[in-house]
Design a protein around this ligand. Structure first.
Ligand code: KPL
Length: 344
């Protein structure tokens, strides 16, 4: 009998990926309920040293007030010795790192585990199914969390919660397919600072697509124009550029089977409605530096392939011209190459 067959589900929540979003989730969960055991999964040894240096605390500054919490266990992903089953996992890695990060802990996840994916963009769950959890019978249950919170880093384990927004959390897949237990959903919904709400599977898809468009406009444009979210659309010409990108994104999404069969969804993804949503998020997260601009400035790979790249891919499949989004994908990749060369 396998060890997992004897396993009684625990209430421990593991968090993989301690960038800004991982810190925000960890901090919010620990603040709301001190009795929930939380383990931070660190992917490299250097992070253990940094954890010691910051006094084993996560600090999140909101409205100018720094707040620390230290009620966490930490574990190195690669540590030797027995490793427990992970029942509840929040994956807050970048979309580009998610497959490799989950491969490293694949043996600790079972078909009873719940995995919350928080990445920007689309296509991560499909990629995991193709590359990590190929067997549908042993695959964990996926949840997705869509968040517009604007968070930026101030150093190891220290972040500023600059744009207070909300989280929508729901089960991934078609109605009735995911049997993810409710525990992790409830914990996230209860975590006050996250302002989270549970949504149905069909609503989750709509919100994912809406967020895809928000990220496809704000993130790459803040890279090209090197500015904060709020500075973007105060300049007239940038709105014109955005409208061209939006037209393509709107056509692609309106061609999706789940969308095109429903007039309400079609109107939700009209160019005008999408423009309103993008401008609203840019305003609400005005002081924030987008995650993509943070990545480029730090010389890190960006999530552009999962955002505008995903729109281009789906556009090609549907025969929709996405030249502008395609150009933007190249421009963002070139900005990174340019910066890395300049740093040498
Ligand atoms: O999700 C974001 C990001 O930066 O990735 C937004 C909502 C644009 C906030 O900055």
């Amino acid at each position: 009998m396998s060890s997992t067959a004897l396993h009684a589900p625990s209430h421990r929540i593991h968090i993989l990926g301690l960038g800004n979003l991982g810190r925000l989730f960890a901090h919010a969960l620990a603040k709301t309920d001190k009795t929930t055991p939380i383990t931070l999964l660190l992917h490299r040894e250097g992070l253990l040293d940094e954890w010691e240096q910051v006094g084993q605390k996560i600090e999140v500054t909101t409205n100018g007030i720094p707040d620390q919490t230290g009620s966490f266990d930490v574990e190195l992903v690669s540590r030797e010795g027995p490793q427990d089953v992970i029942d509840n996992l929040i994956v807050a890695t970048k979309a580009t790192q998610t497959t490799s990060a989950l491969s490293a802990i694949r043996h600790r996840l079972t078909s009873a585990s719940t995995v919350l994916l928080t990445q920007n963009g689309m296509g991560t769950a499909e990629e995991l199914n193709e590359q990590v959890f190929k067997d549908p019978y042993t695959r964990p249950n996926y949840l997705a969390g869509i968040t517009s919170h604007g968070v930026y880093s101030q150093g190891p384990f220290r972040s500023v919660h600059a744009g207070l927004a909300d989280v929508a959390i729901g089960r991934v897949g078609r109605v009735g397919q995911s049997t993810a237990p409710q525990y992790l959903v409830d914990k996230i919904v209860q975590a006050t600072a996250l302002s989270a709400q549970e949504v149905s599977q069909p609503e989750l898809l709509l919100l994912q697509l809406q967020k895809l468009v928000v990220n496809a406009m704000i993130n790459p444009l803040t890279v090209i124009f090197n500015c904060r979210n709020g500075e973007l659309f105060s300049r007239g010409p940038i709105i014109q550029v955005m409208r061209q990108l939006l037209r393509e994104a709107s056509q692609v999404i309106q061609s999706f089977p789940d969308i095109k069969s429903d007039p309400v969804s079609i109107s939700r993804f009209s160019e005008q409605r999408l423009e309103g949503t993008v401008l609203d998020v840019a305003k609400k997260t005005a002081k924030n530096t987008s995650s993509m601009l943070q990545d480029v400035r730090a010389g890190r790979e960006t999530e552009i392939d999962y955002i505008n790249g995903y729109i281009v891919k789906r556009g090609k499949q549907a025969g929709i011209d996405c030249t502008n989004n395609e150009k933007l994908v190249h421009m963002v990749k070139e900005s990174l190459v340019y910066l890395l060369r300049a740093q040498k």
